[in-house]
Design a protein around this ligand. Sequence first.
Ligand SMILES: NC(=O)c1ccc[n+]([C@@H]2O[C@H](COP(=O)([O-])OP(=O)(O)OC[C@H]3O[C@@H](n4cnc5c(N)ncnc54)[C@H](O)[C@@H]3O)[C@@H](O)[C@H]2O)c1
Length: 269
Amino acid sequence: MENQSNNKQPEFKLAQYPELAGRVAVVTGAARGMGACFAAGLASQGVHVIGVDINEDELKAAFAKSQTADGKTQGGTLTAMRGDVTASESLVNIADEAVKRFGRLDMWVSNAGVFPQSEIGSVTAEQVRQTFGVNVDGVFFGAQAAADVMQPGGVIVNMASVAAFRVRRGRAIYSATKAAVHNLTRSLAVELGDKGIRVNALAPGFIDTEMTNWVREIPGAMDKALASIPLGHIGTPEHVLGALLFLVSDSASYVSGQTLGVDGGSRHG
Ligand SMILES: NC(=O)c1ccc[n+]([C@@H]2O[C@H](COP(=O)([O-])OP(=O)(O)OC[C@H]3O[C@@H](n4cnc5c(N)ncnc54)[C@H](O)[C@@H]3O)[C@@H](O)[C@H]2O)c1
């Protein structure tokens, strides 16, 4: 395998936020990657998590694994629900289900995303519709469904990307969707601020998930990616979880309308 680290990686430790215990969260795209890590990480803080994914079998398997892993769900719970974020009625049902089961909805994490790569001449209309459908419609209608049932103090976190700010060949549509998420987050924060709901976004850089596995298959791609990361190593889902926990915690109660980079500095690399 190619070099994955130019620098020695510093220690990483997650903070604890005891105030989160007993709160209720929805995480979309929770079957694998960052979504699965967010769901397990929130549950380990005592949160009741409803995980949503289009891939129900993988979602149930991921949650079963987290539930049996030692210390993963102290006090929190993980509930798997099939859902497609491109269908707004599916998101409304999920928000209603959270309130029906747990009496409240405190956090909505719009994490589900797709990452097609095609040079402009080969992008199809179907790819454009699908990518905007998941990455943008899913975020907007998720926020709409959540805000409808949330009380003041509710928090929405959307998944943007370093791609919102930095373009690369083959990623025109993906980058456009993530720039839209960055922008939507600001508008949602302005309008939902009236209801006491905070809205922020995360903008990860290169995170080690199945979405980025292709980098390992192309000779030289990993070294090229590393060269654009000032900290010199790729990120893990746990690095992004650390930022998510801060954003949903009471420590961030005056933070809204922000897109927080978790990218080893690569937005500027
Ligand atoms: N991995 C990275 O380097 C990286 C960097 C920046 C941003 N992101 C963003 O972070 C998010 C998570 O990325 P990941 O790397 O964990 O991806 P992943 O591909 O490992 O997981 C994405 C999950 O979303 C689910 N999903 C896709 N379409 C859906 C739909 N219509 N309805 C419900 N669920 C759906 C998939 O089934 C999958 O479980 C995405 O929004 C992605 O664009 C990833």
